[in-house]
Design a protein around this ligand. Structure first.
Ligand code: NAP
Length: 282
C-alpha cells in the first residue's frame, strides 16, 4: 500500500491527512494513505530511515524542517538555500527533499490576482515561514524588507535566501522600531509570525497606533482562525486581505503531485481542509 505521512512534533491537529486522503479518494487512488507520524527529535533518524522501505514520501513540519536535511540523500536548490524541507519523495532508494511552502505561497498570491514583480513587500517575522515567503517574493522580482525583533536572525535569513535567488537581489532587514517609517512605503504586507493564531485570536503584529498603508495587500499566513485580527484591521482600512489557508492547500497540492505524479484536485483539497478546520474548532 502506498503510504505517505507527516513527520513533526506535535502533529495531532494537522489538517493534512484530511486534505490528502480526500484527494487520494477523489482520484481513485484507493490504496493510498496519509498518516500522522509524531516524531520527537531523538527518533528523527529512525523515522527517516523507515521511509526507505515503508513509505513513498512524507511531509515534514515543525520542528524538523531543518534537522531532517542531514538524513536525506539529496535536497533541491530552493529547499537547500533556505535549509527547510517540507516534502520528501523516495526515488528508487534515494530520499530527496523539496520545499513546497515557498511555491505554495507564491501560487496563492498569484491566484488572488496579486502581481509580485515590482512590489515593495514587508515581511513580518524571520522564522521558517518567512524564509519561504522571502525566497518566493525575491525570485519573482519584489523588493523585500524583513522586519524582525532580532536583527541577526533577519540577516541570516537574507544570507540563506540569497543562495536561492537567481537574479538581482533586493532584501533589507529592519527592526520593529522602524515600522512607522517603513509602513507608508510598502504595498504588500505578509505576516509570518504566529500572532493572532488560535487560541490567542485577539493578538495582532500590527499596532493600532500605526496606520496601514493605502492600497496594500495584507497576507496573513495564519489560517486558524480563517479571519485573524490583522485581517480585520486591514479590512476596516479598506485593504485587500488574504488568509493562510490557500498557501496550506497549494503547498499540499504540490507535495501531492510530487508523490503521485498526478494533478492535484485543488477544490477537493480546499473543501476537505475547510471541513477539518471546522471539526477541529467544534
Ligand atoms: P517560526 O520558525 O517559529 O517563526 C516565527 C517567527 O515569528 C519568528 O521570527 C519569531 O521571532 C516571530 N515572532 C513570534 N512571536 C513574535 C512576537 N510576539 N512579536 C514579533 N515576532 C514574533 O515559525 P514558522 O514556521 O515560521 O511559522 C510561523 C507562522 O506561520 C505560524 O503561525 C504557522 O502556522 C504559519 N505558517 C503557515 C503556513 C501556511 O501554509 N499557511 C506555512 C508555514 C507556517 P523570534 O525569532 O524573534 O522568536
Amino acid at each position: 500500500m502506498p503510504q505517505v505521512g507527516l513527520i513533526g512534533d506535535p502533529v495531532a491537529h494537522s489538517i493534512s491527512p484530511a486534505m490528502h486522503n480526500a484527494a487520494f479518494q477523489a482520484l481513485g487512488l484507493n490504496d493510498w494513505r496519509y498518516t500522522l507520524l509524531p516524531t520527537p527529535l531523538p527518533e528523527l533518524p529512525q523515522r527517516v530511515a523507515s521511509l526507505r522501505d515503508q513509505f513513498w514520501g512524507a511531509n515534514v513540519t515543525i520542528p524538523h524542517k531543518r534537522h531532517v536535511i542531514e538524513y536525506l540523500d539529496n535536497v533541491v536548490l530552493a529547499a537547500r538555500s533556505i535549509e527547510a524541507v517540507n516534502t520528501i519523495i523516495r526515488e528508487d532508494d534515494r530520499l530527496v527533499g523539496h520545499n513546497t511552502d515557498s511555491a505554495g505561497f507564491v501560487i496563492d498570491l498569484e491566484n488572488h490576482g496579486v502581481q509580485i514583480h515590482g512590489r515593495n513587500a514587508l515581511v513580518l517575522g524571520a522564522g521558517g515561514a518567512a524564509h519561504a515567503a522571502v525566497l518566493g517574493l525575491a525570485n519573482r522580482g519584489a523588493t523585500v524588507t524583513v522586519m524582525t525583533r532580532r536583527e541577526p536572525k533577519g540577516w541570516d535569513l537574507r544570507q540563506r535566501v540569497k543562495r536561492g535567488v537567481s537574479h538581482k537581489f533586493k532584501i533589507n532587514v529592519a527592526p520593529y522600531a522602524k515600522l512607522a517609517d517603513i509602513a507608508p512605503t510598502v504595498d504588500l504586507i505578509v505576516n509570518t509570525t504566529p500572532l493572532g493564531m488560535h487560541p490567542n485570536i485577539d493578538a495582532s503584529i500590527w499596532p493600532v497606533e500605526i496606520d496601514l498603508p493605502d492600497n496594500a495587500v495584507v497576507y496573513d499566513m495564519v489560517y486558524r482562525p480563517a479571519e485573524t485580527r490583522l485581517m480585520k484591521q486591514a479590512k476596516e482600512a479598506g485593504l485587500t486581505v488574504i488568509g493562510g489557508l490557500g498557501m496550506l492547500v497549494n503547498q499540499g497540492a504540490l507535495a501531492f503531485e510530487l508523490w503521485t505524479e498526478k494533478q492535484a484536485p485543488l477544490d477537493i483539497m480546499w473543501e476537505a481542509a475547510q471541513r477539518a478546520l471546522e471539526i477541529d474548532k467544534a
